[in-house]
Design a protein around this ligand. Structure first.
Ligand code: KIV
Ligand code: ZN
Length: 511
């Protein structure tokens, strides 16, 4: 019998700490449901003490998720732990994850605390969290740069206080695989009560080693890995869930453990997270990149046709790439549409939501001959965007673009239900549209990123536009999809503006 490797997904917490990746409560619920469908063991839904919005999001996830444990992060402070405990009250299975830094540099320069004070606060925090739940996880932040002797001391004390998962973070992505594996082995061997807890790891990717470090830790006895979809996360990100899970699954000859994940849900999860956050997946990304299973060279194509395993170590369908790509067209009915959404694991909450999505599907089918799975994903995520009560809505957009003339955009927006109009000239049709909209919105923001990707191939493909804007240090992303890329751009811009104007300030857990 192999051990179970617990998959702890922190896309909704550490992933959300990527600048611009902040998610609304509804978006978090959609991602959490997909993680549950994938059979992720633990979902870290957020940091409830950060803001009321974060508290509500963790609470909402805890209330709807039934099969995965829902976790809330808390600094080693009573007030944070109480917020996490309150947010998780409705969970079928809840976990409080509390942490305090243990490296010399963090203790001296950030916390301004002595090692004795840190041990005392860690123990108190775990005891306090135990009053809310038996399921308490403790992390010595910056463990990767902490002294092993001190780590042993803190960890022994928190196990005695009732922590049942000990998470060892390489917070700044400084460790090398052999060194990090050795650290996990040392801790397990030297801490006298280590058998009472599960060792977990949480690796950042600053040197591109997050997955390698996590796997090395697993070989040395870690039985929980913290990771994120598409490797999203603070700075260079976290270990990517899809790479960890598929490495362990594909190399069962090396690992004494396996996960209980339904790997066919990986690609849908990756798409959902990329769509919601606007962090596109690079084409050559392992497992979930568009080229991950594409064979360009003739020799490779020939080999794969003769015998798939000549060049493929995993099957594309095992991670959720669908073989049957063309699905629906203009004559498809509501039932076929609903059935395909179900096959794709897309759940819409109500009949009204299905009807609205179906109406959008029909509009799209009028413009585009063949509707692919990718179009359906975009259409439904557009639908979810539309469902949130937005301040700004696009009523109409007309752009005149002619050789030798300056492009001119005429826009009508609804602002709190009131129609307002403006027009502007610009360097191109998209520039003119953004300028016209900004005359009405007066956002005072800077555009950091504008990118267009085709969702499928062909000149009638939908364009998916991502914009990232910054207003006084607050960064948000917006997405929009349409067969007309100028309209897709306007939708993306308004999506970002609506987030910006709805935004609430939130604290960062590590500050
Ligand atoms: O990177 C880190 O140290 C963290 C902790 C809060 C676990 O995210
Ligand atoms: Zn982290």
């Amino acid at each position: 019998m192999k051990d179970q490797l617990i998959i702890f997904d922190t896309t909704l917490r550490d992933g959300e700490q990527s600048p611009g990746a902040s998610m609304t409560r509804e978006e978090k619920i959609r991602i959490a449901k997909q993680l549950e469908r994938m059979r992720v063991d633990v979902i870290e839904a957020g940091f409830p003490a950060a803001s009321n919005g974060d508290f509500e999001a963790v609470k909402a996830v805890a209330d709807v998720i039934k099969d995965s444990t829902v976790c809330g992060l808390a600094r080693a402070l009573e007030k944070d732990i109480n917020r996490a405990g309150e947010a998780l009250k409705g969970a079928n299975s809840g976990r409080i994850h509390t942490f305090i830094a243990t490296s010399p540099i963090h203790m001296e320069r950030k916390l301004r605390m002595t090692p004795d004070q840190v041990v005392e606060q860690a123990v108190k925090a775990v005891q306090w969290a135990r009053q809310w739940t038996d399921n308490v996880e403790f992390s010595p932040e910056d463990a990767g740069r902490s002294e092993p002797d001190f780590l042993c001391r803190v960890l022994e004390a928190v196990i005695d206080a009732g922590a049942r998962t000990l998470n060892i973070p390489d917070t700044v992505g400084y460790n090398l695989p052999w060194q990090f594996g050795e650290l996990i082995r040392t801790l397990r061997e030297r801490i006298p009560n280590s058998d009472k807890a599960i060792f977990s790891v949480h690796c950042h990717n600053d040197l591109g080693l997050a997955v390698a470090n996590s796997l090395s830790a697993v070989l040395n006895g870690a039985r929980q890995v913290e990771c994120t979809i598409n490797g999203l996360g603070e700075r260079a990100g976290n270990a990517s869930l899809e790479e960890i899970v598929m490495a362990v699954r594909t190399r069962q000859d090396q690992f004494g453990c396996d996960t209980r994940l339904d790997t066919t849900q990986i690609v849908p999860a990756s798409r959902l997270v990329a769509g919601i956050t606007g962090f596109a997946v690079q084409p050559n990304k392992a497992v979930v990149g568009a080229n991950a299973f594409a064979h360009e060279s003739g020799i490779h194509q020939d080999g794969v046709l003769k015998h798939r395993e000549t060049y493929e170590i995993m099957r594309a369908e095992d991670v959720g790439w669908s073989a049957n790509k063309m699905v629906l067209g203009k004559h498809s009915g509501r039932n076929a549409f609903k059935a395909r959404l179900k096959e794709l694991g897309i759940e819409l909450d109500s009949e009204e939501a299905i009807n609205a999505a179906f109406a959008r599907f029909k509009d799209l089918a009028d413009k585009k001959h063949e509707i692919f799975d990718e179009d359906l994903h975009a259409l439904v995520s557009d639908e979810a965007t539309v469902q949130t009560p937005d301040r700004f809505k696009l009523v109409s957009l007309k752009v005149c673009s002619e050789t030798g003339e300056t492009p001119h955009a005429y826009v009508v927006l609804s602002d709190h239900g009131q129609e307002r109009r403006a027009d502007a000239l610009g360097g191109g049709p998209v520039d003119a549209s953004f300028k016209a909209m900004d005359l009405l919105i007066q956002s005072n923001s800077d555009l950091l990123l504008y990118s267009v990707n085709n969702i499928t191939s062909g000149t009638d493909a939908q364009g998916e536009v991502t914009v990232r804007v910054n207003k006084g240090g607050r960064i948000v992303n917006g997405q929009g999809a349409d067969t007309d890329i100028v309209i897709a751009s306007a939708k993306a811009y308004l999506h970002a503006m609506n987030k910006l104007f709805a935004g609430k300030e939130r604290a960062h857990p590590q500050v």
